[in-house]
Design a protein around this ligand. Structure first.
Ligand code: PGA
Length: 249
């Protein structure tokens, strides 16, 4: 059975001291969590977060990583540094990185391969834009993004991957996909994974939903057959609200 996972994507929010305060606020509230709990602060806050997360049931995640180990790549962060900082998960290919930082399916794939080589666990984001949804090509878009992201990944590594289905039109919009819509697309993504590998392998990888998930709609989304958790932006920035989502699992 796949263990559900709830990950907070804090985006470009919180300084190191604010990060520690937020962790202190919600860590007692999620002590009984029946899922994996992950927080992804900015790179500059990872060290502070690691200290605050010691002896808790909460894992640390990063929001990005580079696909080379070292060299002349000003501004980038390598897997080895993340590992030293106690990072376990890395969000890869978030739509904001694709939109503002020229992330492509090709760089997403390189990052997925590098994180798996380094034994970090990628959370790979896929999802359609509003225009693509209106053209009725959601399935084609997520199918292509998934195939490209997983290109060259061996079947043995599949269980270390989490895919986050995040319809771009729902991110930060206060508008979620309906639970049926999200569940259907997630089922399609799992079908693609089964085509690339085997049906058994596709049952091992977690596929979660992201896009305005909050304390009010989490229960419904999480009670569907195929949604294995959530990637939470805005609602993960308030300790009590984030804890309510975690405890909805
Ligand atoms: P949101 O963000 O929950 O604020 O919509 C989700 C995400 O971008 O991962």
């Amino acid at each position: 059975m796949r263990k559900p996972i709830i990950a907070g994507n804090w985006k470009l929010n919180k300084t190191p001291s604010q990060t520690v305060r937020l962790i202190e606020e919600f860590k007692p509230l999620v002590r009984e969590a029946r899922c994996e709990v992950v927080v992804c602060p900015t790179s500059a806050c990872l060290f502070a977060a690691r200290e605050a997360l010691k002896d808790t049931n909460i894992s640390l995640g990063a929001q990005n990583v580079f696909y080379e180990d070292s060299g002349a790549y000003t501004g980038e962060v390598a897997c080895d540094s993340l590992l030293e900082l106690g990072v376990k998960y890395v969000i890869i290919g978030h739509s904001e990185r694709r939109q503002y930082f020229a992330e492509t399916d090709e760089t997403v794939n390189k990052k997925v391969l590098k994180t798996l080589e380094k034994r970090l666990k990628p959370i790979v984001c896929v999802g359609e834009s509003l225009a693509q949804k209106q053209f009725g090509v959601t399935e084609e878009v997520v199918r292509m993004q998934t195939r490209l992201a997983l290109s060259g990944v061996g079947v043995g590594d599949v269980e270390d991957i989490t895919i986050a289905y995040e319809p771009i039109w729902a991110i930060g919009a206060g508008m979620t996909a309906s639970s049926t819509e999200a569940n259907d697309t997630i089922r399609q993504i799992r079908r693609v994974v089964a085509e690339i590998y085997t049906p058994e392998a596709s049952q091992k990888l977690r596929i979660i939903y992201g896009g305005s998930m909050n304390a009010r709609n989490a229960k419904e989304l999480l009670s569907t057959s195929d949604i294995d958790g959530g990637l939470i932006g805005g609602a993960s920035l308030k300790g009590d609200l984030f804890a309510q989502i975690v405890n909805a699992v």
